[in-house]
Design a protein around this ligand. Structure first.
Ligand SMILES: [Zn+2]
Length: 202
């Protein structure tokens, strides 16, 4: 779309359905596509309430704020020679009326996020690439591959535990694994000031 605006365009945008229920999170790049197609509108939290803009109105609003230097610290902008638009934080799909099922995908990334990238045995933080998945009750003993029986483990702890239960290996879990109530990535973002406006809708 516009060169050199990668960071702003990769920011996250909370997507609401027609009834203002959160459905998912998209990149700003994809959100702009929906806005251009008039499939969505911007929901902007202003002075403790929210105001809705169609794309044209949002661009106009952006131009005014840009001209008046009316910026907040966390605002992000996409600029080109003859165009400036603020990155929205929330959009609403005007024709989407399905109720979200609130399913958190069970995958490696979300297990690591749920566990804050910490080995659940030694409690140390590890980069994504140094973590592995461990069956608390080994699969050879009927342990399920589920939120309740899979934890993040560093390679050292994983090898040490081997095919044993934590009790047999004399290793203690730092917390009891469970299914997260909502997407763990969303929880992480909610903690950032940049996405403070999402809290009202979650
Ligand atoms: Zn460990």
């Amino acid at each position: 779309m516009i060169a050199g605006q990668g960071t702003a365009l990769n920011s996250n945008v909370l997507v609401l359905n027609k009834f203002y229920s959160p459905i998912h999170v998209l990149s700003a790049r994809k959100a702009f596509c929906l806005l251009c197609k008039e499939a969505a509108e911007v929901v902007n939290v202003e002075n403790d309430t929210y105001v809705v803009y169609d794309f044209e109105g949002w661009v106009e609003q952006s131009e005014i704020r840009d001209e008046l230097n009316d910026f907040n610290k966390d605002d992000e902008w996409v600029r080109s020679v003859n165009f400036v638009v603020q990155v929205p934080r929330i959009i609403r799909l005007t024709n989407y009326d399905r109720i979200p099922r609130n399913i958190v995908k069970f995958n490696r990334k979300n297990v690591f996020l749920r566990d804050n990238h910490q080995c659940q045995y030694c409690g140390v933080d590890f980069p994504y690439s140094s973590l592995s998945l461990d069956h608390v009750m080994p699969s050879s003993r009927g342990g399920e591959t589920s939120w309740e029986n899979i934890v993040s483990a560093c390679l050292k702890c994983n090898v040490r535990k081997g095919g044993r239960t934590p009790l047999e290996a004399n290793m203690k879990l730092t917390s009891r694994p469970s299914k997260p109530a909502r997407n763990p990535a969303l929880d992480r973002q909610l903690a950032q000031e940049k996405y403070a406006s999402w809290r009202r809708f979650l």
